[in-house]
Design a protein around this ligand. Structure first.
Ligand code: NAD
Length: 370
């Protein structure tokens, strides 16, 4: 059983297939894309140990030969050294212009391999096989690829759309609960930014999805991907509406920088806290009903997720420092902080018109409660 979300970008259209058993059918799913029956797979050590054999067996069953490279797991892989290694390995494997490269893993592998595919021989096709919830609902769709620089996250990259995305929700069963819930932070974000009925559904079904209910997981991933695809279609290269996908991210990036991009705060955890703060700020500015921030926080609490600065272990810098870190976000334009705020659940919008004192006051209160 699988759902299909079409991403009909002119000349670069592709499908996102979502459901169970896709890994075990990967050979049949990918075969129509191939000019010769051979693919190069890049994965990370955690994912390769758990899922690479199933994936390769599925290719072999369709007579597709495969070669595989396994990179270390973790965000530090997403830099020049492992990127160079990957590109050179793909060349050693004689991957040609018409071949297909497969990214089997979370967002780190998807971003790095997508960028490698974008530059290899001036661009080869690639298939995303996202294995983390975050990658299934966000990073595998939309074509943003890249690596981190010493100067900051995701500063080197390219837009390169995949040729196909296979999101097998069955593989989410091997994620740690923490990694699953971090990805769920992005799922909640979609409800909050543009679909109140989806947020209602999450309030009802989020626990079932976290508990392993495959139908609930399929629906949560499908609705998220539909929303991401709609926004990407409207604004592929983020000239406008795509910024809505950054709900919660201005706060999140400051918190990630303040915690040194470490295990203290995973990206999706920062997004969840950032969404709660964005709704609190919206309410204080009189933009959204007062009960909305409480509702957002209540759902995160019911899911067992972080929602306030005090939920982040260890010391955080002062509110002023956090505000400065927000100013270093790469989404800043002409020195003005851009926020995604909301007029209600499911009704977010982009604005540069946020008084600095309102943000500072909110951060000061949250810091004082730590
Ligand atoms: P990740 O790739 O590091 O995966 C998180 C952890 O889960 C890793 O240890 C990984 O090995 C493990 N893992 C993945 N799938 C697993 C599975 N099925 N079973 C067991 N373990 C598994 O991180 P992530 O959270 O998937 O992605 C974060 C990255 O995505 C960041 O680098 C971020 O910048 C990027 N990102 C990109 C976009 C985009 O549009 N391109 C959007 C959002 C995030």
């Amino acid at each position: 059983m699988s759902e299909i979300v079409e991403v009909p970008l002119p000349g670069r259209e592709y499908q996102v297939r979502i459901g169970t058993g896709l890994l075990a059918r990967a050979g049949a799913e990918i075969a129509p894309l191939l000019h010769r029956k051979r693919v190069a797979i890049v994965s990370d050590a955690h994912v390769a140990a758990l899922h690479l054999a199933t994936f390769r067996d599925a290719l072999t069953a369709e007579g597709i030969e495969s070669v595989a490279l396994t990179l270390p797991a973790g965000e530090s892989t997403k830099g020049w050294p492992q990127f160079t290694r990957t590109v050179e390995w793909l060349l050693e494997q004689k991957v040609e212009r018409r071949d297909v490269v497969v990214a089997l893993g979370g967002g780190v592998i998807g971003d790095l391999v997508g960028f490698a595919a974008a530059v290899l021989r001036r661009g080869v096709r690639f298939v995303q096989v996202p294995t983390s919830l975050l990658a299934q609902v966000d990073s595998s769709v939309g074509g943003k690829t890249g690596i981190n620089a010493p100067q900051g996250k995701n500063l080197i990259g390219a837009f390169h759309q995949p040729a196909l995305v296979l999101a097998d929700v069955g593989v989410l069963g091997t994620l740690t609960e923490r990694d699953f819930l971090a990805g769920y932070g992005e799922v909640v974000k979609y409800g909050l930014l543009g679909d109140a009925a989806f947020f209602d559904w999450l309030e009802e079904n989020g626990r079932a999805a976290a508990g392993g209910d495959l139908a609930a997981r399929t629906h949560a991933v499908t609705r998220s991907v539909q929303m991401k695809a709609e926004i990407v279609l409207r604004d592929e290269t983020e000239q406008g509406d795509r910024a809505l996908l950054n709900l919660g991210h201005t706060f999140c990036h400051a918190l990630e920088a303040a915690t040194g991009y470490s295990d203290r705060l995973l990206h999706g955890e920062g997004v969840a806290i950032g969404c709660a703060l964005a709704f609190e700020l919206s309410s204080r500015l009189g933009l959204c009903p007062q009960e909305d921030p409480s509702r957002v926080r209540a759902h995160l609490a019911a899911m067992g997720m972080k929602r306030d600065l005090k939920d982040i272990p260890g010391d955080l810098p002062a509110a002023e420092v956090l505000l400065d870190l927000m100013g270093q976000d790469k989404k800043v334009i002409d020195g003005k902080l851009r926020f995604i705020l909301a007029r209600g659940i499911g009704e977010s919008f982009v604005t540069s018109d946020v008084p600095r004192e309102a943000v500072l006051g909110l951060l000061q209160e949250q810091r004082a409660a730590c």
